[in-house]
Design a protein around this ligand. Sequence first.
Ligand SMILES: C[C@H](O)[C@H](O)[C@H]1CNC2=NC(N)=NC(=O)C2=N1
Length: 98
Amino acid sequence: MAERLTGAARDAALSELADLGWEATEGRDAIRRNFRFRDFNEAWGWMNRVALIAESMNHHPEWTNVYNRVEVILTTHDAKGLTSLDVDLALRIGKLGQ
Ligand SMILES: C[C@H](O)[C@H](O)[C@H]1CNC2=NC(N)=NC(=O)C2=N1
């Protein structure tokens, strides 16, 4: 199981991810990012691509879709906090572009 990121490793990860638009959530050890698309079709297509990545990693986002907007929260339930799996998934989501 992936270990929770703490200390300098967590700070470094959060700072790398901040450059990509992710921020730490209030009140829980997780990161969040809002995505906006042209319309629902674009949002849903993107969610499909993320879903395939998530399934291949066996690491799944918490997310909400409202028409062309998607809010994604990443955390590792098994570890009750942020792990390298969340960082990896965030980086892979970033590579999809938007
Ligand atoms: C049983 C299964 O492997 C686990 O529940 C996996 C599935 N996807 C997961 N996704 C996330 N984000 N955190 C987990 O701890 C997790 N665990």
